[in-house]
Design a protein around this ligand. Structure first.
Ligand SMILES: [Zn+2]
Length: 79
């Protein structure tokens, strides 16, 4: 199957993961839901400066948040 173009942003376009936000992301929130993910697994949400706190609070309230890093740091360990 070839990827369909025109659906969703390309992977390189780093936009905030908050709903409806089109701002450039500067933070990466690494999280894990132990009920559906292996403990070692990390999901990543991207966040702009405005939404970092909002998204971190959302994940933190569910005990999913593992770490918050700058996007710069994430570049070193591409999944
Ligand atoms: Zn945002």
């Amino acid at each position: 199957m070839s990827p369909t173009s025109g659906l969703g942003p390309p992977p390189d376009e780093r936009v905030c993961s908050a709903k409806g936000c089109r701002a450039s992301a500067v933070w990466a929130l690494r999280w894990n839901n132990p009920r559906i993910h292996d403990e070692q697994r990390r999901k990543t949400w991207l966040a702009c400066e405005d939404h970092r706190e909002h998204l971190a609070a959302f994940l933190g309230a569910r005990s999913f948040l593992r770490e918050v890093t700058g996007l710069d740091e994430l570049d070193g360990e591409r999944a």
